[in-house]
Design a protein around this ligand. Structure first.
Ligand code: THU
Length: 139
């Protein structure tokens, strides 16, 4: 795979996602995920996965960080970086792709692996033909 040139902002964002991973509450899966969200003003917001003994109530890191940001009044985002302890690149799950598309739009999704390699995809690449709010019937 081609080595990607990363801006210093994206490097900072990736480091922030690794830091966010440390707060992961994942006693059931032991799969730690950290997310760092870059706002249009250059602010970085951190989030992690938060599990529950009623497994289905688990919140992924991506949704945690987006909900944190939205509830703090942030509305425009440039990129999200994700860190896990896995050897492979871990992309956002299907549910999180839908939420990223609605709340952040077609941003850069920066995936990392344990070795520190990086792969970046746009939301639209990971979720082609997305369902969008404009498609809802309005009268
Ligand atoms: N997880 C995330 O946080 N993000 C994803 O996109 C994939 C899965 C979390 C949910 C759960 O806590 C653990 O990883 C194992 O599925």
């Amino acid at each position: 795979m081609k080595k990607q040139r990363l801006s210093s902002t994206y490097k900072k964002l990736i480091d922030a996602s690794a830091k966010a991973k440390k707060n992961s509450y994942s006693p059931y899966s032991r799969f730690r995920v950290g997310a760092a969200l870059l706002t249009s003003t250059g602010e970085i917001i951190l989030g992690c996965n938060v599990e529950n003994s009623s497994y289905g109530l688990t919140n992924c890191a991506e949704r945690t960080v987006l909900f944190k940001a939205i509830s703090d009044g942030k509305r425009k985002f440039k990129a999200i970086a994700l860190s896990t302890d896995a050897d492979e690149f871990i992309p956002p799950c299907g549910a999180c792709r839908q939420v990223i598309m609605e709340l952040a739009g077609d941003i850069d999704i920066i995936m990392t692996n344990k070795k520190g390699n990086v792969q970046t995809k746009k939301t639209s690449e990971l979720l082609p033909m997305a369902f969008k709010p404009e498609m809802l019937q309005k009268d």
